[in-house]
Design a binder for this molecule. Structure first.
Ligand code: ZN
Length: 145
């Protein structure tokens, strides 16, 4: 049995299986600009590889956005502590609802869309409490002082 099966990746990022001798065409975008990633001797291993290649896409996306957040934070650090602070404040302001209340979910969402690490909300809120700009009003919400 030869290595007749290929795992290929399209330029759009979609991975799919392809049999030697046939024309590889992306099942998502229809492009045939594909790169061979790996060869397999049977269709079953190929099928596993294909689902492996496509399933963790969300995870990979999350990971890469996390990395981007980290580099964004790093960039800000290089610009000086004021700009990140201003950025965080801006984020907290956009996370404030009509009642002037900030909730964890909104804070995380805004941090995320600002390219900041959403997981750092706790230290951000903690810092804001220490600075006396926010005061906790329930388990998961804060108000501006
Ligand atoms: Zn494609």
């Amino acid at each position: 049995m030869g290595h007749d099966w290929y795992l290929v990746r399209c330029k759009c990022g979609h991975s799919f299986g392809h049999r030697k001798g046939t024309k590889a065409k992306c099942t998502i975008c229809g492009s045939n600009e594909v790169t061979n990633v790996q060869q397999f001797s049977d269709s079953r291993s190929l099928a596993n590889a294909v689902s492996d290649a496509n399933l963790p896409k969300e995870l990979a996306k999350e990971l890469s956005s996390r990395l981007e957040s980290k580099s964004a934070i790093e960039e800000n650090r290089q610009q000086g502590p004021v700009s990140i602070r201003e950025r965080v404040r801006g984020t907290l302001r956009s996370a404030t609802d009509d009642q002037g209340v900030l909730r964890i979910s909104a804070i995380r969402r805004e941090l995320d869309s600002a390219g900041l690490d959403a997981e750092s909300w706790e230290s951000i809120i903690g810092g804001a409490e220490l600075e006396g700009i926010l005061v906790r009003c329930s388990n998961d919400s804060w108000r501006w002082v």
